[in-house]
Write a protein that binds this ligand. Structure first.
Ligand SMILES: [Zn+2]
Length: 352
């Protein structure tokens, strides 16, 4: 990323930039950092000038945001959710798609950037900059732009406007139109590791830090959401699903499956993915040695759980959760695959 800021300092920054990397990792914070430099009165992101202060509050009039949202707002554009977006991003600078979705909807609604939002952008950019300096447009998750709007975005990128910088922040670069990617300067972010987690949660107890990193790494944004809101996190759900699987009582498995099947699909996929991630780590990294017993997150006892992942079961766990993820991707009957997976986990936990 040093090269990105070097390009800026040497006045060689392209007008369209694509910053990409994992969800809940560096891309969004880096985009904001770049925006702060572009909008700063002294052009170096001093942090103290009026522009910098407004940028840090996400309130600079020449800092525009586009992001995926759900339909049903008054204007049908991202403006309907701008307040929520600011609140979410100020609370969680590593905001990840799943946390964002849960912020604005509890239903299984598809988040997207519709044609109307791209028209809204064109309209905004046709006006002159409010402060007479640079203008910045951050488009978070351009991969969620409706296919019919992609060409309008392409046009926006192809025809640069004076002093206007477009920053695409993507977590799924391979889903973008090749024509869009080829017109942007690409900047790749490295995945976050334990040190980023330790740094962000430096004021928390060590077992908490280790647990957060184990469950969520490399998605720091998801860890921040879970930490800020332990009541409403997947940790509880994960723990109760695992307890149910471990016990293996059919009526309990059925009601658990019904509960899980009613979740938004993305939330469910995230849960299964994290369960896989967590159980694999639990086994391979021998979580039994993690210091401390129950943690600040309350709902989960790491030692007990990893104790259940006995060597013979580990392969079965990887297999069944992996297959479950595939089924969810392919929209195979959700309850069937969850039931199958729950019993497979039961066998794996018991080493059968
Ligand atoms: Zn400044």
């Amino acid at each position: 990323m040093d090269q990105l800021f070097a390009a800026y300092s040497s006045k060689k920054l392209h007008h369209a930039n694509l910053i990409y990397g994992g969800a809940g990792a560096d891309p969004l914070p880096i985009a904001l950092n770049l925006a702060a430099q572009l909008l700063c009165e002294t052009k170096n992101g001093c942090g103290t000038c009026r522009s910098c202060k407004r940028t840090h509050k996400l309130e600079h009039p020449d800092l525009n945001f586009t992001f995926p949202f759900v339909s049903g707002g008054a204007s049908g554009t991202a403006d309907d959710f701008l307040k929520d977006f600011r609140t979410a991003l100020l609370k969680n600078p590593f905001l990840d798609p799943d946390s964002w979705q849960r912020q604005i909807t509890s239903k299984n609604q598809q988040l997207q950037i519709p044609v109307k939002e791209i028209q809204n952008l064109q309209q905004k950019l046709s006006l002159t900059a409010a402060e007479g300096g640079n203008r910045v447009l951050i488009i978070w998750m351009p991969e969620q732009i409706k296919a019919s709007a992609s060409n309008k975005l392409l046009k926006l990128i192809e025809e640069p406007l004076p002093n206007t910088f477009i920053i695409l922040v993507s977590h799924k670069k391979n889903r973008l139109l090749p024509t869009i990617v080829s017109r942007c300067a690409p900047w790749s972010c490295k995945p976050l590791d334990d040190s980023s987690f330790n740094q962000y949660f430096e004021n928390s107890a060590e077992p908490t830090r280790r647990l957060l990193s184990m469950v969520f790494s490399p998605n720091l944004g998801a860890a921040i959401t879970a930490y800020d809101d332990p009541e409403n996190t997947q940790i509880d759900r994960f723990a109760s699903w695992m307890r149910t699987c471990y016990k293996g009582i059919p009526t309990e498995i059925t009601s658990m499956v019904n509960e899980l099947a009613s979740l938004p699909k993305e939330t469910l996929k995230t849960l299964v993915y994290r369960s896989l991630h967590f159980l694999e780590r639990g086994f391979y990294h021998n979580v039994q040695n993690t210091p401390g017993k129950a943690t600040d997150l309350g709902a989960i006892n790491v030692q007990k759980l990893s104790g259940a992942v006995i060597p013979r079961g580990a392969y079965g766990i990887t297999q069944s959760l992996g297959a479950c993820l595939n089924d969810l991707e392919r929209n195979v009957h959700v309850k069937t695959t969850l039931t199958h997976t729950s019993y497979a986990l039961h066998s794996a936990f018991r080493g059968n």
